[in-house]
Design a protein. Structure first.
Length: 308
């Protein structure tokens, strides 16, 4: 099982009502939630760790997970409200305003860590759940506890405007990167994590030097690159497609990478050394293929395997 660990929230998407007034429609979302949904739809055995509310939005999120065949047995339920993210779209690109204080997802603490079944072979972390406290400490503690046994992939998905204490966030992120096996970043994320005038290759090599097996860098329409600790570099082009919007594109790409590695029997700590150039090229290509479907339709709506 691939265990996705992070936020689930409601994206309030702008829409025009029948009378022509501006309104917002609630859609299930969240970076790590989107990746879990995509993995489930691709047929990968997928579980989810998060804090979910028992309110109407929490029920909506739970049903969305179940509908996409995601195992929710490790979800922590509470009566706290659900995180809301109001979305603004401009030229297909999304910006977000979050309402996250004292919510079910944010309020997880390290003393709530679940015991994981032996079937979990890999853990995936990312999104705003690595920023917001105390849940950020919950996910960091889980990653540090499990890193010796299970493969760890992290996508920080940096949202600089959401970070209140940059020093604390950087320290926590450094801790998690140090125990990660695969780190995925956008080119913008990489420049934030490693500021300065170094090249993309030099910055990724610096991350690899912390013990990371490979760094994957997505570059929008310019495709994706993977750099290994030994200096090898793999490049994959983006698939040409008419873009409707980019909501969930990176999250779906991550699911494609994880699903491909799992299908090839490589998403295990014991198999990490077998992920070389051909295997990574296959994973990145599948990630690009899956992401292309998502950006060609509105919202974070990952494809089912039969759609590929």
């Amino acid at each position: 099982m691939i265990l996705c660990c992070g936020e689930a929230l409601i994206d309030m998407i702008p829409s025009l009502s029948g009378e022509g007034h501006n309104s917002f429609v609630p859609h299930s979302g969240g970076a790590v939630f989107n990746t879990a949904i995509a993995l489930g739809r691709l047929g990968a055995k997928t579980g989810f760790v998060t804090g979910l509310s028992r309110d109407l939005f929490g029920v909506q999120l739970s049903q969305s997970l179940v509908d996409s065949k995601v195992d929710c047995s490790l979800v922590v339920k509470s009566d706290l409200p659900t995180t809301l993210a109001f979305v603004q779209l401009q030229d297909g690109h999304a910006t977000y305003t979050f309402y996250d204080e004292n919510t079910a997802g944010r309020s997880l603490t390290p003393d709530q860590l679940p015991e994981l079944p032996d079937t979990v072979s890999a853990l995936y972390f990312g999104g705003i759940s690595l920023i917001s406290e105390p849940c950020a400490d919950f996910y960091a503690a889980l990653a540090l506890r499990e890193a010796g046994l299970r493969l760890i992939m992290i996508d920080p998905n940096i949202r600089a405007a959401f970070i209140k204490d940059e020093a604390r966030y950087r320290a926590r992120l450094d801790q998690m990167i140090a125990v990660a096996d695969i780190v995925k970043v956008s080119d913008e994320d990489l420049d934030w994590i490693v500021p300065g005038s170094q090249s993309m290759t030099e910055k990724a090599t610096g991350i690899c030097s912390k013990g990371v097996h490979a760094v994957i860098i997505t570059k929008g329409g310019d495709g994706a690159t993977a750099l290994f600790a030994d200096g090898r570099q793999i490049d994959v082009a983006a698939q040409p497609v008419e873009i409707v919007d980019t909501v969930g594109a990176g999250d779906t790409f991550n699911a494609g990478v994880l699903a491909n590695l799992a299908d090839n029997g490589l998403l295990k700590k014991s198999e990490l050394s077998r992920i070389g150039a051909p295997e990574m090229h296959s994973a990145l290509s599948f990630g690009a293929k899956v992401a292309a479907v998502t950006v060609a339709r509105a919202g974070a709506n990952p494809p089912w395997s039969h759609e590929l």
